[in-house]
Ligand binder design. Sequence first.
Ligand code: CTP
Ligand code: ZN
Length: 151
Amino acid sequence: MKELKVQPIKNGTVIDHITPGAALKVLKILDIPEQERDSIVSVVMHVEGKTGKKDIVKIENRELRAEEVDKIALIAPDATINIIRNYEVAEKHRVGIPDEIVGIVTCGNPNCISNAREPVTPRFVVKQRKPLRIQCAYCERELKDISAGLL
Ligand code: CTP
Ligand code: ZN
């Protein structure tokens, strides 16, 4: 029997297959609760899915921006973004990590040129995907806490 943890939504976005425990980081990326005062947001953590434990975030009446999806990929690489329209899954996208991550996380090195006053867009090279390891393209320092560096 399939246990229903959270009700289906009519319109909005379901972020599914989030790395267990990472749901709160997803909410932070989406700037919830600040941004979402009028729509219902539901979060389930540590539910048993077909392939093990996962978190799920449902946001009614909101579709995500590409930049938000790119950030979610960095902290929940197996997530799927389901766009729900009139109760149906209208679109399903897997998040993806590009070879280079540009402009969405900052370098942890305070002396890095990308942290200087000049406008230099932070840029990271992906060294390893599972688990994700990224290295600053300017100072070559590895970013240890990716979620802390998110812009
Ligand atoms: N969902 C929802 N409201 C709807 C339709 C779907 O909240 N009206 C949720 C489902 O509960 C699920 C996610 O959206 O968490 C994706 O739905 P669906 O594609 O039907 O589920 P699965 O086939 O299990 O998805 P996947 O293959 O990606 O695991
Ligand atoms: Zn750097």
